[in-house]
Design a protein around this ligand. Structure first.
Ligand code: ADP
Ligand code: MN
Ligand code: MN
Ligand code: MN
Length: 361
């Protein structure tokens, strides 16, 4: 039992975390590895607590161990870009999100933040807002959906979405711990709910302006993995973790610009959807690996082959929420991105298509 981290006694750990020390603190540097989906971290001591991300030093790591460099030329640079309070070590300690650059200081292949940030700068006057609904599935250490019978399946979908009760939802402790940890860290978490498939959950981050969407969502994912580690549970963002009559996992991207949020903005939203309809396949390429297993036209998705938009329709590529249609302004929801998408790629694509009309990716 005690051969994995969740089985180690956390009260014993607390005795050491409570030890006093001088003004030094720990900064955990966090980055996206060569898979473009998994995250890595390592920790360094700072002489005193940093006031802003600008005070944080650049650092490096062995890219040959993360699928990002060869052994002969392995150093990759970590450039701090966003700083959060550390909900695990607490006190003055920090979580630091980093961009990865190679030895020539060019962005690593999976560093999509770099170009996203440039696009957000160009679109600044349009004040783009995003809210992403991150769905995910909890798995036991052995990779089996958490709480599912080891032989056979739970009952069919229906009672689980927003469910309550020991036979309806599995793993709520992880969800609550993650929510509080995000609030503490300063991640703009907006809500959470149990999903349609048992052991599947969702949290929302937003509304965030520009580059903050990708930053806060990646940090929220890190915190989820890290919280789950303490519980001895795995998280997967696989877009279709269980084949068959089980819902997949997406990352709906809610999106608006300044003019969409003003009176009569529905016209701008409709024009945006028209522009999106012409770039359906370009967008799908930015929306995550394995998404074709999820976008089947069933389980509240639109089939991959056709683009569609509609009011209150959860079988569409893009949904205009009912309230937005009634108000005549607001936002749209792109339901296509997979749970495993890179939010920097998704938000960059949205802005390029709807406001910059520039598709040079
Ligand atoms: P759903 O009904 O699709 O499940 P949720 O309530 O889960 O929707 O998520 C809605 C998301 O939309 C939230 O993350 C919220 O921050 C975001 N949102 C709300 N208003 C706007 C807006 N004007 N622009 C962009 N995102 C928005
Ligand atoms: Mn939702
Ligand atoms: Mn959902
Ligand atoms: Mn949604």
């Amino acid at each position: 039992m005690a051969d994995y981290s969740a089985a180690l006694e956390k009260i014993v750990l607390d005795r050491f975390l409570e030890l006093s020390h001088d003004e030094r603190c720990q900064a955990t540097y966090i980055w996206i590895d060569g898979t473009g989906e998994n995250m890595r971290c390592k920790t360094k001591t700072l002489d005193c607590p940093p006031k802003s991300v600008k005070e944080l030093p650049e650092w490096n790591y062995d890219g040959s161990s993360t699928g990002q460099a060869t052994g002969e030329n392995s150093d990759m640079f970590l450039t701090p870009v966003a700083m959060y309070r550390d909900p695990f070590l607490r006190g003055d300690n920090k979580l630091v999100l980093c961009e990865v650059n190679d030895h020539k200081r060019t962005p690593a292949d999976t560093n999509y933040r770099n170009s996203c940030n440039k696009v957000m700068e160009r679109a600044r006057e349009h004040v783009p807002w995003f809210g992403i609904e991150q769905e995910y599935t909890l798995l036991s250490q052995d990779g089996h959906p958490f709480g599912w019978p080891k032989m056979g399946y739970p009952g069919p979908q229906g009672p689980y979405y927003c469910g309550v009760g020991a036979n309806k939802v599995y793993g709520r402790d992880v969800v609550e711990a993650h929510y509080r940890a995000c609030l503490y860290a300063g991640v703009k978490i907006a809500g959470s709910n149990a999903e349609v498939m048992p052991a599947q959950w969702e949290f929302q981050v937003g509304p965030c302006e520009g580059i903050q969407m990708g930053d806060d969502l990646w940090m929220a994912r890190y915190i989820l993995h890290r919280v789950s580690e303490d519980f001895g549970i795995q998280v997967t963002f696989d877009p279709k973790p269980m084949p068959g009559d089980w819902n997949g996992a997406g990352a709906h991207c809610n999106y608006s610009t300044k003019s969409m949020r003003e009176d009569g903005g529905i016209k701008v939203i409709e024009a945006g959807i028209e522009a999106l309809s012409k770039r359906h396949w370009e967008h799908l390429r930015m929306y995550g690996e394995g998404n074709e297993r999820r976008l089947t036209g069933e389980h509240e998705t639109a089939a991959m082959g056709v683009f569609s938009g509609g009011v209150a329709n959860r079988g569409c590529s893009i949904r205009i929420p009912r309230q937005v249609a009634e108000d005549g302004y607001g936002y749209m929801e792109d339901r296509r991105p997979s749970a495993s998408c890179d939010p920097y790629r998704v938000t960059e694509a949205m802005v390029r298509t709807t406001v910059l009309d520039d598709w040079d990716i």
